[in-house]
Write a protein that binds this ligand. Structure first.
Ligand code: MF3
Ligand code: CO
Length: 253
């Protein structure tokens, strides 16, 4: 599959796809209250993506059965919305994707519901900040390894586990394109970043180890040790004057 270098016309369509995802995630954040089920969030996501002129991208992808992923606590990614109610004290990660005129946007947020231990809220904030480290390393002249290394160094300096089996990715006319964007690895290695390269940067950090296990539903990925996990993701494009965050209405994280 081709490396995802985009023309300015394509970047404009990706911006539109990204902004749909950003707006839907804002709505889902506000709707994530104790007592709400993740199936209700899924329903909101489907309706809002369509109302904003997009097409949900997750449903049917490798037979995935929903429009968003909702992952609780020790679940890292790919949790399937269900009748489970959100509860006070939960960590909830929501991953959302949409297609606009053939171009994809993909982003994720992690939320503290009500009161959580300080260590947990710090994990969520530090995971977001590690994503920003990766975004800020996404400059022409750097390589993919510089993004990976920036995330790993930031996370490990704070004692977190860095998930290895799931990684960021190129994005464009497909949700997952080359190159892979790992959240760990040596600086200075890998593909050189060029103007128009569109990638999704998505660190997954834990309060424990990096090992994972797959649930009985064959989708939900959890920490092997049961530790709490957080996941943040933005789709970005590398530009000559610096990275633009496509899945943010401001272009900034
Ligand atoms: N958004 C996820 C990613 O970042 C993919 C979701 S998998 C799906 O790669 F099956 F739910 F689509
Ligand atoms: Co992604």
């Amino acid at each position: 599959m081709a490396i995802s270098i985009k023309s300015s016309r394509e970047i404009d369509l990706m911006r539109k796809a990204g902004h749909i995802v950003a707006r839907v995630l804002d709505i889902l954040r506000d709707a994530s209250k104790p007592g709400t089920t993740t199936a209700e969030l899924d329903d909101i996501a489907r309706k809002e993506i369509i109302a904003l002129g997009g097409k949900p991208s997750f449903i049917g992808y490798l037979d995935y059965p929903a429009h968003i992923c909702t992952s609780f606590n020790e679940e890292i990614v790919h949790g399937i919305p269900s009748n489970r109610k959100i509860e006070d004290g939960d960590v909830l990660s929501i991953d959302c994707g949409a297609i606009y005129e053939g171009y994809h946007g993909d982003a994720a947020i992690s939320l503290c519901i009500g009161d959580v231990p300080d260590q947990t809220s710090q994990l969520i904030e530090d995971t977001r900040l590690s994503m920003i480290e990766g975004i800020e390393s996404s400059t022409v002249g750097n390589r993919i390894g510089d993004i990976s290394n920036a995330i790993q160094v930031y996370a490990e300096a704070r004692g977190y586990g860095v998930i290895r089996e799931y990684v960021g990715h190129g994005i464009g006319t497909e949700m997952h394109q080359e190159p892979m964007v790992p959240n760990y690895g040596p600086a200075g290695k890998g593909l050189a970043l060029a103007n128009g390269l569109a990638i999704a940067i998505e660190p997954m950090l834990t309060l424990g180890g990096w090992q994972t296990k797959l649930g009985g539903d064959k989708w939900t990925v959890s920490t092997e040790d049961g530790s709490i996990s957080a996941h943040w993701e933005h789709s970005i494009v590398v530009l000559d004057d610096g990275p633009e965050v496509l899945t943010s209405l401001t272009g900034r994280p």
